[in-house]
Design a protein around this ligand. Sequence first.
Ligand code: ADP
Ligand code: LRH
Length: 492
Amino acid sequence: MSDLFAAIDIGASSGRVIVGHISEYEVDLHVVHRFPNGVIETNGSLHWDFDGLFAEVLVGLAAAAEHATAMDGQITSIGIDTWAVDYGLVDIRGKMEGRPFSYRDDRGTRHVAEVHELINPERLYETTGLQHLPFNTIYQLAAEQDLSGRQALLIPDLITFALTGVRRSEATNASTTGLFGAVSGELVGEFLAILDLPADLFAPLIQPGETIGKLSLDIAARTGLLATTIVVAVASHDTASAVVAIPAATKKFAFISSGTWSLVGVELQKPVLTEASRLANFTNERGVDGTIRYLRNVGGLWLLSESVRSWSGETPGSGAPVRQFDLPTLLDLAAAEPGNGPLINVDSDEFIAPGNMPARIRAAVSATGRDLGAGEAAVVRCILDSLAATYARTIREAAELSGQGVEVIHIVGGGSQNRLLCQLTANTTGLVVIAGPVEATALGNILVQARAAGAAPASLVGLRAIVAASHTTRRYEPVDESVLSAKTDYVH
Ligand code: ADP
Ligand code: LRH
């Protein structure tokens, strides 16, 4: 019988519960439940439907229990990862107040100036190493009225709490709040005091690999899982889990964790906290085993998915689309569009909120004095060309600012299936792109659980070798000769 581990992996656009089988140092995934996710609008604000997501988690865990029975085994442990930054407020009795806000709501933006008056951006960066994003937890917390007697649990910590009754702050995700030290990883109590936030706002830290607790009896009964099943802390920030599962054969790699966002950067052993790094808006997020993900958030496939949603006639939280769009067909049409078209700044704050994305893109192109051809394919091509150009610049800057050499780019996540974008990335960077696995995040989640159970190697290199052995990847060579000289720009 093999060891079975369940990953709950929820991204901003979809979630899944996956059972991983580890045997003979290979990992095999079985998706037992998938469900959509997206922001919902309530009273003019953007939220996540936490109760709806948790109901899907329970359906997924029940399916995992059934799968384990069919395999004549049992689920050893469960790990949870989701997007970062957002949180729910829980009172002393453990009751959550309302729905968690989404980072796509603009309440953080409205409190940036207030926070910077109390702690200037230079001090924030040298202490926390976090890139400035207007929705970082620190700005969202500044928007709260009264936090006394409340605890802020980030989304995976909320799910963990609902499953076990145990409150913890998982360390990789905590590093995205703007309130934890880049070097120490610990809460910066001084910042809480300056911002007049309660000293016990966050639950005690827990590191990936540590046991959080057993499932509550109620959850065990509702899912059919054994009451002895434990929840293990994984890298609960989805990007941190995705980077665990990069099938790298060299240390000199850059990564693009490609989904709703594109998280573009390199893996380091120490944070880079220089002024040049702050001005370039690179972040230092914590990974497993003391690693640092030195990266920048690039607007990502949100621009594409939101455009498709707009063309389909959907509005946030509404029902069925008016027109159906097939993504692979749309990408084929975009591939046939001429290259060297207009580019937009995919990182601009103007693209963060939901709603008529194609119109915003066309307006941004017009502002540069150029024009986009008619039709959807021209918009798609503009998004992908702009993403690929931004990837190249970001990887070059990450290499220069950190001194980390880059010989190859690994693209993981849903976006690794976008062949046009992978090829454009190889072309703009002049580097080989290795695409896959699609489910890197769930894999990273499962591997950290397996390691904690003694069923996988101790080192990150060993875990990545398992991924490389168990999953096929697709290789893209740069084909545009004109950019090959760009290779010299990457630090070796
Ligand atoms: P998240 O974790 O942020 O929810 P995912 O890693 O699931 O995101 O990636 C979702 C993205 O993957 C979609 O927005 C879409 O652009 C891309 N994608 C999904 N399926 C395909 C496909 N068959 N071909 C190309 N791209 C795809
Ligand atoms: C990707 C992600 C990213 C964060 C963003 C909020 O899913 O976790 O790393 O910056 O969501």
